[in-house]
Design a protein around this ligand. Structure first.
Ligand code: LIP
Length: 310
């Protein structure tokens, strides 16, 4: 039977508000936050998650609130849609959890956990719904700022602030063309993997983006690292950032934002369906905002800078 995406959307919005209350009433502490989220069960020394591909680090935080919110979300979804699949950051099992063509909820209970524990106001709940691996509903809610981003495939993307009437994304109704990288505000994240060649590569990309033309760089307007992939993608959908790049995102970081972005006229390059399964190590995402022209040129320019990091 045809899936009623509006009903799915309405449920996700209601869940996002409930999650927001849980998140805002929590008192997280970085002293008590645990590490190694993507290693479950937590190994004693080394991360056994073959897909995470890194040793556990103190930059990969998880709190009791992440786990409690995911439990609430999965139980509400299970009650309403027992026939649909569920992938959640906190219950993902490496090598076992698979993204299939089945209708699937993909959930990050708190995206930007590091910000959450430090009370930096850029964290959110990210609720995606994908059908045949195509992002079909996206709901992202930042409870601190009261910002609710929503999208349904084919029906546009929207932002509502503190319950005010929703505004269509991108917020600028006539987005300017994208000239070249030197005129872009670029979101790029440090991520939690700070080891070896992967880390060196990230640093090299950041340096190339920021450096002056004389020094062989792209000299972008500036770099931002907001600390939440979902909010980064939402910002690109809104037209507040021109580009977002992060190597190493997981399906739950991007599923909801991807729907917003496509509906707002932006594009997600390098992560076409089939290449974004959490069990595939092809987790490279490049988001570019809506633009009457220049989108493709920016993708090419970014790939040239990123090189092997793609
Ligand atoms: C985080 C991301 C952040 C990224 C980190 C991490 P979490 O999600 O959204 O942008 O750099 O690697 O994945 O762990 O807070 O849900």
């Amino acid at each position: 039977a045809e899936i009623n995406l509006q009903e799915v959307h309405d449920l996700l919005v209601s869940i996002a508000h409930e999650a927001g209350k849980m998140i805002m009433s929590a008192t997280p502490s970085y002293l008590s936050a645990g590490e190694k989220k993507n290693c479950s069960p937590p190994p004693s020394k080394h991360c056994t998650n073959q897909y995470a591909n890194h040793l556990p680090t103190a930059a990969d935080l998880v709190t009791e609130t992440d786990q409690a919110v995911e439990a609430m979300v999965s139980s509400r979804l299970q009650t309403s849609y027992p026939q649909f699949s569920f992938i959640g950051e906190e219950t993902f099992k490496p090598g076992v959890t698979k993204l299939t063509d089945a209708p699937t909820f993909i959930v990050d209970p708190i995206d930007g956990t590091t910000n959450f524990v430090h009370a930096f106001p850029a964290f959110c709940i990210s609720l995606g719904f994908v059908v045949k691996k195509v992002p079909s509903v996206g709901v992202i809610y930042n409870p601190f700022l009261g910002e609710l981003y929503t999208a349904i495939k084919g029906q546009g993307a929207y932002l509502s602030r503190n319950g005010a009437p929703k505004e269509k994304l991108p917020l600028k109704q006539n987005p300017e063309p994208l000239k070249d990288l030197s005129t872009c505000l670029v979101g790029a994240e440090w991520g939690s993997d700070r080891t070896g060649s992967n880390f060196a590569l990230k640093c090299a990309v950041f340096a190339k983006l920021a450096a002056s033309k004389e020094d062989g760089g792209a000299m972008v307007h500036s770099l931002r690292a907001m600390g939440s992939a979902a909010l980064n993608i939402a910002a690109v959908a809104a037209g507040q950032q021109d580009v977002f790049w992060e190597g190493g995102c997981w399906a739950w970081d991007v599923a909801a934002g991807w729907c917003l972005l496509s509906e707002a006229g932006g594009i997600m390059a390098g992560g076409n369906p089939g290449d974004w399964d959490p069990a595939i190590d092809g987790r490279k995402y490049l988001a570019v905002r809506a633009a009457p022209e220049g989108q493709k040129a920016i993708v090419e320019e970014m790939w040239a800078v990123i090189g092997d990091g793609r």
